[in-house]
Every structure is written in structure tokens, then in C-alpha cells.
Design a protein around this ligand. Structure first.
Ligand SMILES: Cc1ncc(C[n+]2csc(CCOP(=O)(O)OP(=O)(O)O)c2C)c(N)n1
Ligand SMILES: [Mg+2]
Length: 327
């Protein structure tokens, strides 16, 4: 028997299923023409987002990446405002100006997805510095990919966070590739968690397809940060099941690699685990139906929302028209 309540385990499944289905819907809606531009889907990486965000409080903050939909949904993002943003509608999170790569909601502690690889990492460290200076017991968690750990921004941010013992969690989703380049051709080390040694804080490796394992290591890292003991680097080993972007021919994958990882599909394995824990098939189906209904509503909301108007193009660009929110 699990030490977690059925309600908690069902919530884990609900959030992971929502992310998976949100991604599949957005791929479909892009094909149908509702969504312009690129989508970098996180299908296969749902467990890192959900496990990590469940270990945070509402007032804690995250920074995200170009592959950010899962992080935002896991931190409480509303699917209809996200779908509207993806569809470039004025009812979207950023009034339709940001799109998939730039969704933010300060009220939920979502400081932003980010099109710049490694760009969210110093932003999270900056937030952690602010918390520390204001003596607030809040934590910043930065999601980033394996490729981002080769950026200077990661090393500079990790250095200061280690030096100043800031309340930050560096969460690396190692999906084995940066675009089409395998990790072995990007960096001379295998386990990226070892990078933390240079900056004098712990590095932990976790099965990134197991949301409970992710939750547990993240909770420990968050508690450590809240106690003022500084950062932790978590490396979640995982795999993306879709291309780097929708349309990627994926010629770089090794033979048999996908098949092996599909056996560890976080949604299917956790669904089975729920059944083993005594949850009924009917209860799981009900969760799935509720999610599907939410997504139907999200697509209908986006479809019926207006596109931004030309005369509003400059609103929010200059400080005097900014709505003044701080995180
Ligand atoms: C600074 C910068 N360099 C290059 C790119 C182009 N680019 C977009 S995603 C990506 C790969 C990132 O790999 P990783 O950090 O492992 O994240 P993943 O896509 O695997 O989630 C690259 C090189 C970019 N957006 N920003
Ligand atoms: Mg990667």
C-alpha cells in the first residue's frame, strides 16, 4: 500500500493526464489551423512537471522553458487561457502576444516560459535572491533541459546560488537530446547532477517518469531551500515521445530507443499503479472525462475569442501602461 492517500494519487494522475491531453489537443488544433507557429510538446515528460510542482506551495515560483506547457499546467495554469494564448487570442494569458513560448501568470507563481535556452535559470535565481533579501520563506524552482546546462547562464546562476545559499531548486529534465544532438555529443559527463559539485550544493538523480519519486526528491530540496540551506540540482531522467518541435523528422533517434521508453510511459504506468493501489477503473475514467470536458471548453473558448486589435499593439509595452503586477 502507498503511504499517500487515494486523493493525492488521483490528483497526480489528473494533472499528468491533463498535460498529456492538452498537448495532444494543441497538436491537433495546430494541424487544424487554430494555433499558429511552433509547438514544442512535452508528451512523455509529464511526471517531472507534476511531481516537482506538487512539492511547491502556491507562493513559490517557477521558471520554465520552450517546452513549458506541462510546467504551467502543473503549477495550476488554466487550460482555457493557455489554449487561447497558443491560438494568439486576446483572451489568452498574455493577451495573445506571447504564444506558446511566453506564457506567464504571476498570481500562480509562473514567472514565464522562455524561448531562450537557459534564460529562465538566472531569472529563478534572481527571484530566490529577492526572497532571501526580503526574508520570505519562498522557493524558486527552475525547469530546464539537458542542453541548457551547457549554457553560461546556468553556470553563472548556479555559482551565485551556491555562494549565497539561495532558496532555489535547479530542475533539469534530461530527455537525452538538445534538439537533434544526443547528450553524449554535448557534454563530457553522463550524469548532469554531478555539475552541482562545482558549486557546492547537492545533485540528485531521479527517475523522471515516476511522479512520486520526483515529488519526494523535490520536496526534500524545497524543504532544504526553505530552511536556508541553499540550492539542490535535480536531474530527472526522462524522454520526449514527440519531435523536438511538431514537424521534426526525428532522424537522430537510436533504433529501439523509443520502444524502450514507451514501456515507461508515465501516464500508462501511473494509471496501472492507481489500479494496483485499489482505485477503480470507473473512478479513473471519470477523471479522464472531466479532463476531456475541460479541454473541449478550452478549445471552444479559444476558437470563439477575438484576435488582438491593432490599436492595442503598444499597451503593456511601456511602464506607464503596465498593470503593475509584481511576483
Ligand atoms: C540561447 C539559445 N540557443 C539556441 C536556441 C535554439 N534551441 C531551441 S531549443 C534547443 C534545444 C534545447 O535542449 P534542451 O535544453 O535539452 O531542452 P529540450 O528541447 O530537450 O527540452 C535549442 C538549441 C535557443 N532557443 N536559445
Ligand atoms: Mg533535452
Amino acid at each position: 500500500m502507498s503511504k499517500y492517500s487515494q486523493d493525492f494519487l488521483c490528483e497526480v494522475y489528473r494533472r499528468m493526464y491533463l498535460i498529456r491531453e492538452f498537448e495532444l489537443r494543441s497538436i491537433e488544433e495546430r494541424r487544424r489551423g487554430l494555433i499558429p507557429g511552433f509547438i514544442h510538446s512535452c508528451v512523455g515528460q509529464e511526471a517531472t512537471a507534476v511531481g516537482a510542482c506538487l512539492a511547491l506551495n502556491q507562493e513559490d515560483v517557477i521558471t520554465s522553458t520552450h517546452r513549458g506547457h506541462g510546467h504551467l499546467l502543473a503549477k495550476g495554469g488554466e487550460p482555457k487561457f493557455m489554449m487561447a494564448e497558443l491560438a494568439a487570442r486576446s483572451s489568452g494569458y498574455c493577451r495573445g502576444r506571447g504564444g506558446s513560448l511566453h506564457i506567464a501568470d504571476f498570481d500562480l507563481g509562473i514567472l514565464g516560459a522562455n524561448g531562450i535556452v537557459g534564460g529562465g535559470i538566472p531569472a529563478a535565481v534572481g527571484a530566490a535572491l529577492a526572497f532571501s533579501m526580503r526574508k520570505e520563506k519562498r522557493v524558486a524552482l527552475s525547469f530546464f533541459g539537458d542542453g541548457a546546462t551547457n549554457q553560461g547562464s546556468f553556470h553563472e546562476a548556479a555559482n551565485l546560488a551556491g555562494l549565497w545559499k539561495l532558496p532555489v531548486v535547479f530542475f533539469c529534465e534530461n530527455n537525452l537530446y538538445g534538439e537533434g544532438t544526443p547528450q553524449s555529443k554535448q557534454a563530457p559527463i553522463c550524469d548532469l547532477a554531478n555539475r552541482s559539485a562545482s558549486y557546492c550544493f547537492p545533485g540528485v538523480i531521479v527517475d523522471g517518469n515516476d511522479p512520486i519519486a520526483v515529488y519526494e526528491v523535490t520536496r526534500e530540496a524545497v524543504e532544504r531551500a526553505r530552511r536556508g540551506e541553499g540550492p539542490t540540482f535535480i536531474e530527472g531522467k526522462t524522454y520526449r515521445f514527440r519531435g523536438h518541435y511538431e514537424g521534426d523528422p526525428q532522424v537522430y533517434r537510436l533504433p529501439g530507443e523509443m520502444e524502450e521508453w514507451l514501456k515507461k510511459d508515465p501516464i500508462l504506468t501511473f494509471r496501472k499503479r492507481l489500479l494496483d493501489e485499489g482505485e477503480t477503473e470507473e473512478a479513473i475514467r471519470e477523471i479522464e472525462q472531466q479532463v476531456q470536458q475541460k479541454l473541449d471548453e478550452a478549445v471552444a473558448f479559444a476558437t470563439s475569442s477575438p484576435v488582438p486589435q491593432l490599436e492595442d499593439a503598444l499597451s503593456g509595452v511601456y511602464a506607464d501602461t503596465h498593470d503593475g503586477k509584481v511576483f
